[in-house]
Design a protein around this ligand. Structure first.
Ligand code: 9WO
Length: 246
């Protein structure tokens, strides 16, 4: 899978690209990341990429010409299934389902990383397939969100290091928050690991993990339970907890 990141600050990606599993995926040839500085598509001697908004108001916008020429150049070289994404606080909220869909359905993903107060709407209207937000906050640019999207997608690719085990675990806890986890020692400075985890009783441990995940989700993210089918057993557990609380 190829990611083409259109950015004025390609250096921002270096830590991400050179570290850990992302670096390993690139090394293995599973993922390619092209960093494309669209300033190289400017035509004036000041290499300008920004201009004033017609609407007035604060700040500057990315002007259309360098981005049009940059996307046209990419388009002429791209083959296969291509998706063009703009990272923006005004986009659709990014979810694990989006990561799964993008990883499964596309060979190439172009990611436009904005700067300043945004980008001329005609760039979006002409080239962008989807506008994606990673959360309700404003940053100084779309680079960090682009790395978030790439990270979430690449770990789902077949052949990504360690993904069979972790994806299986993920699908079992499907839609619930993670249960609490412990490693050695079994008692650290007076704080013991829950007894059940030391019991060796795998059925009891599986049940405990599921109940902890359910409890946490109920407490921290009840919205995740709203549209979900719950087993009789889960419903009963939730009822008990609610009764205990009242
Ligand atoms: C800045 C600004 C300042 C005054 C009035 C309105 C304003 N809007 C913006 C703005 O949205 N700036 C963005 C900065 C332009 C696109 C790149 N930037 C960005 C992307 N910030 N945050 C994101 C982002 C992307 C995806 N998910 C969450 C945040």
């Amino acid at each position: 899978m190829t990611f083409n990141c259109l950015t004025l600050f390609p250096e921002q990606f270096s830590g991400f690209m050179q570290t850990g599993l992302a670096a390993r995926a690139v090394q293995a040839g599973l993922v390619r990341v092209e960093l494309i500085n669209f300033r190289e598509h400017t035509t004036d001697r000041h290499r300008r990429v920004d201009d004033y908004p017609f609407s007035g108001g604060p700040g500057m916008l990315l002007m259309p010409q360098p981005l049009f020429d940059c996307f046209a150049d990419l388009e002429s070289r791209e083959t296969g299934r291509v998706r063009r994404i703009y990272m923006s606080p005004a986009g659709k909220p990014f979810s694990q389902a989006d990561a799964r869909r993008l990883a499964a359905e596309y060979d190439t993903i172009d990611i436009l990383c904005g700067r300043y107060e945004g980008v001329d709407q005609r760039v979006i209207d002409t080239f962008i397939d989807e506008e994606i937000s990673i959360g309700d906050y404003v940053l100084t640019g779309g680079e960090l969100p682009a790395m978030v999207l790439m990270d979430a997608c690449m770990r789902l690719l077949p052949g990504f290091v360690g993904n069979d085990d972790s994806l299986r675990a993920e699908s079992m806890s499907d839609g619930l928050l993670e249960y609490p986890q412990y490693t050695r020692p079994s008692n650290f400075r007076g704080q013991p690991v829950p007894e059940v985890l030391l019991s060796g009783d795998h059925a009891r441990i599986e049940k405990w993990k599921h109940q902890q995940a359910l409890l946490r989700t109920l407490e921290r993210r009840p919205d995740l339970l709203a549209g979900r089918h719950l087993s009789r057993e889960d419903q009963e557990l939730i009822e008990k907890i609610k009764e205990a609380g009242t």
